[in-house]
Design a protein around this ligand. Structure first.
Ligand code: PLP
Length: 402
């Protein structure tokens, strides 16, 4: 079953490279700290106790395995391939993010760190991390722009209830990028004792590898579930790509299955021919951002461009290094979906199946609907539904005048 065409050795290499992407583009002091994290991670990934504890939390706390579901009405509405949905929206806290937040919080505790620090944009990473830190019993500090704090009230309240310290950031445009700068400054005060919990498969080595490994539970489950429930592997697996964690998580389960097409769906926002999108792999060029080499949406001076998507979890001007490599070797295809197509899919999945998706995940749903006919009847599409749409419901209702 395993093909010779896609035989992957261990990725990344010792220095954290996936082909020419990844690595550690950070000051020397941080390089040492990152190497330390990599060594501890190697230790825990071989430790039976640690792996058992994590698996136990996945099962009894987060609610894994998440189900796979054949969306019959969505399938007939789309008029082609059978559409299966991997229900990461049913996890505790409502998205795939809990998978890596539990792993990172346990690792921070194992390393004896005194505080976990992170930034958050829409508050999804912040709320999932605050949850994991409350559970594991470690101090958590979340930096968030005041513009986002006003917009994302429910997540802000959750983080406070869960006992994390919320640091409002008012510099610059007071949004995600400024929150990153602020969180990073705090981290630099004591990187030996603090742990910067990155929220996707991005940043310096070992984060793209670690977060991928924590998310690969999604792909392992999905592959076994498809064989069992759908009677065979899917023909196509689709997932939305922001930083790239939910997509790499599900793709990892199928990388060596040559006949399974893997499709990453990027946000085309108001259109790829406008500046208002965040389709990094589709439109970006090679560069370096936030400590690693990857495709970047950048101007001709190498400054990251402002990015936009209706789904705030997808608007990031860089993308995980493994995705860049998988694009170059043509193992994964990258496509894009506009805001309008996303909204359409959001409503159709809600009304056909009674599942309200996150706007991020609705990008994958939209591409499945769009391509189902061409993929063809009798074939199988598997979508990773990365999260639920409670956080987006008010916004969509007002946008569509419901
Ligand atoms: C954060 C988020 C994403 C985007 O992040 P990736 O690292 O690309 O997976 C997608 N879906 C949901 C529901 C999210 O919360």
């Amino acid at each position: 079953m395993t093909s010779s065409k896609f035989k992957f050795g261990p990725m990344p290499d010792e220095k954290g490279y996936f082909g020419e992407y990844g690595g550690q583009y950070v000051p020397e002091v941080l390089k040492n700290v990152m190497d330390d994290i990599a060594a501890s991670y190697k230790e825990v990934s071989q430790s039976r106790d640690f792996q058992d504890e994590l698996q136990d939390l996945y099962t009894h706390y987060a609610g894994r395995p998440s189900p796979i579901y054949l969306a019959k009405k969505l399938t007939s509405h789309s008029g082609g391939a059978d559409i299966y949905i991997k229900r990461e929206d049913l996890n505790h806290t409502g998205s795939h993010k809990i998978n890596h937040c539990l792993g990172e919080a346990l690792l921070a505790k194992f390393m004896g760190k005194t505080k976990v620090i992170a930034e958050t944009g829409a508050g999804q990473h912040g709320a999932a991390l605050a949850t994991a830190c409350a559970l594991v019993g470690i101090k958590c500090e979340i930096h968030m722009g005041i513009v986002d704090i006003k917009k994302e009230h429910p997540n802000v309240t959750k983080m406070k209830i869960l006992g994390s310290d919320l640091i409002p950031v008012s510099r610059g445009t007071a949004t995600l990028k400024d929150a990153v700068d602020s969180a990073f400054e705090e981290y630099l005060k004591d990187p030996v004792n603090f742990f910067y919990a990155i929220g996707s498969v991005v940043g310096p080595h070992p984060f793209p590898m670690m977060v991928r490994d924590f998310q690969s539970i999604v792909g392992r489950e999905a592959r076994a579930q498809m064989l069992d429930y759908a009677g065979g592997l899917p023909d196509c697996v689709m997932a939305c790509v922001g930083g790239g964690s939910n997509s790499i998580g599900i793709f990892t389960g199928f990388l060596e299955d040559e006949n399974v097409r893997l499709i990453g769906v990027e946000p085309a926002g108001r259109g790829l021919d406008t500046p208002d999108h965040a389709a990094t792999i589709t439109k970006g060029s090679k560069g370096t951002l936030h400590g690693f080499r990857c495709y970047v949406l950048q101007d001709n001076k190498g400054e990251p461009l402002p990015v936009y998507s209706i789904a705030s979890g997808l608007d990031y001007p860089a993308v995980g290094p493994q995705h860049c490599y998988l694009k170059d070797i043509k193992r994964v295809e990258y496509v894009s979906i506009t805001d309008d197509e996303c909204l359409d899919a959001f409503m159709i999945l809600s009304r056909q199946e009674g599942i309200i998706p996150a706007l991020e995940s609705a990008h994958a749903v939209a591409y499945a609907m769009k391509s189902a006919k061409e993929i063809g009847k009798g074939r199988k599409i598997l979508i990773n539904l990365s999260g639920r749409g409670d956080k987006d419901s008010d916004f969509v209702a007002s946008r569509l005048n419901l």
